[in-house]
Design a protein around this ligand. Structure first.
Ligand code: SAH
Length: 466
């Protein structure tokens, strides 16, 4: 970050604008809008500035800039068309520690002006740190179009109730949730639709209700984060990720996805490495219940989909028993995401009429899977958590009749920039794992469709998708 964005209270303070032209006038206008007093120093004024002087909005000192002019100023804009004068002003301002902006000369500036979206009292400031003012303006245009003009009115309305709500909710967290429900709910809708009286009436009623029972009810969001690429998140996943107060997440949730959760949310790592659960499942269930009962919005974030080898069923069963409200957001499961990024269609009219997702985490050796069914031809079998048992998996499939030459793939870290895909068959898949030091998370895909990878592979790991 090259610059610290701050909002500076200029009300009633004395500022200087050196220069009497059009740019000086626009800067002076902005300072006036922020409530500052503006002294303009310039031998002549032009156009807009002449008008501002005539209307008495600014004080005009009619002469060239000279030493001592900045003495009681809290902020200065140097907007003369003389480079040397601008440099002198910047040097004096630096010495006197007065924030100084020199128009069209970022090197001399101690602060720069952002592009502004004004919904007074709401201000949104955009800056590219001087890298591209045009880009800043483009971003501003986008924000302009998606920031309702009534936000200013909404801010003014809720401002009047801040103290009352503060007194009602002792805890900051509860207060924040109350305000979020107001600003995202029907009160805001009333304001946007111009029904100001309805908005006020509803807000007052909700505050009355909160005063009678100020406990905020927490909830749990079970969200599938997909296989790794953050672009594969759903809109709802992203919305809830930015709303939650506490995140209980697994190892499989990728770093770029964790970067999208609310910055100040508490993070609890729940593990889920093979046979090395950082928190046992029973405790995770209880943890979710406890956090929600404390009034928190809890995000249970897991790789892929919660209902596919994700124990989501166990977690919501506990929430239901305990009466905790929740919602479940499906995610793209590894079988779908990783095979797509590897160019392996799970079904194909010529090769596979069915597709089976199965756990390769073999509980006691091999006996617990229906190997006869898994060994049928014309189907694709996807093994989750199978890396450590790859030899046993291939042996069992062969022993139950699947041809040894059946193509098979290993997809490591699918959908991420580090994705690796290895193609072999039931005879050599285990060797491929050893030779290439394949690591978790890896998906095993068995079936004729794997052959299609040669032709259909499209995703180049490490390159961004355009
Ligand atoms: N709920 C998850 C699966 C959890 S089981 C889902 O729906 O995807 C964990 C297994 O998923 C891993 O052992 C691995 O086989 C597979 N897996 C998850 N993400 C993966 C990825 N990005 N690349 C390869 N395999 C992955």
């Amino acid at each position: 970050m090259n610059y610290l964005p701050i909002f500076y209270d200029l009300r009633g303070k004395s500022t200087r604008v050196i220069g009497g032209g059009g740019i000086a006038a626009r800067k002076a206008d902005l300072l006036l809008e922020a409530g500052a007093r503006v002294v303009v120093i310039a031998p002549q004024t032009h156009g807009e500035m002449t008008e501002m002087v005539r209307e008495g909005r600014v004080d005009w000192t009619q002469r060239e800039y000279r030493e001592g002019d900045l003495d009681d100023a809290v902020l200065v804009i140097a907007a003369t068309d003389d480079r040397q004068v601008n440099e002198r002003i910047a040097a004096v301002a630096a010495k006197q520690h007065i924030p100084c902006n020199v128009v069209d000369n970022p090197e001399l500036c101690s602060f720069i002006m952002p592009s502004i979206i004004n919904r007074d009292p709401v201000q949104i400031a955009v800056s590219t740190g001087g890298a591209s003012p045009v880009l800043a303006r483009l971003i501003r245009t986008r924000l302009e179009s998606c920031t309702p003009s009534a936000y200013g009115k909404l801010a003014r309305l809720v401002e009047q109730y801040r103290d009352r709500v503060k007194a009602t909710f002792g805890r900051v967290e509860e207060r924040r949730k109350f305000w979020e429900s107001i600003l995202e709910g029907p009160v805001a809708e009333h304001v946007f639709a111009g029904r100001d009286a309805d908005a006020r009436e509803l807000l007052e009623r909700l505050i009355d209700e909160a005063e009678a029972d100020p406990k905020y009810q927490g909830e749990v969001y079970l969200v599938g984060a997909g296989p790794g690429d953050p672009d594969l998140l759903t809109f709802r996943a992203l919305r809830l990720m930015q709303k939650a107060d506490v995140i209980v997440y697994d190892r499989l949730v990728s770093k770029p996805i964790m970067d999208l959760v609310r910055r100040d949310a508490e993070r609890i790592y729940a593990g889920k490495e093979r046979a090395n659960h950082a928190i046992p499942q029973e405790n995770i269930n209880q943890l979710l219940v406890r956090l929600a009962k404390e009034g928190k919005r809890v995000l249970r974030l897991k790789g892929g989909d919660n209902f596919i080898f994700g124990r989501g069923g166990e977690e919501i069963a506990e929430l239901i028993d305990e009466g905790v409200p929740f919602q479940v957001v499906p995610g793209i499961t590894a079988a779908s995401g990783c095979t797509t990024y590897a160019g392996i269609p799970l079904t194909h009219r010529d090769y596979a009429q069915a597709c089976i997702f199965v756990t390769g985490h073999l509980k006691d050796g091999t006996a617990d899977l229906n190997w006869d069914m898994l060994s049928h031809a014309h189907q694709t079998v996807v093994f989750y958590m199978g890396l450590n048992n790859v030899a046993a998996i291939c042996d069992n499939l062969k022993a139950h009749g699947r041809d040894a030459s059946t193509p098979a793939a290993l997809i490591e870290k699918g959908t991420t920039p580090e994705q690796r895909v290895f193609i072999g068959n039931l005879d050599n898949l285990a060797d491929l794992v050893a030779e290439n030091r394949v690591k978790a998370p890896t998906l095993i895909v068995v079936g004729e469709v794997v052959e299609l990878h040669k032709k259909l592979a499209w995703f180049k790991p490490g390159e961004e998708i355009k």
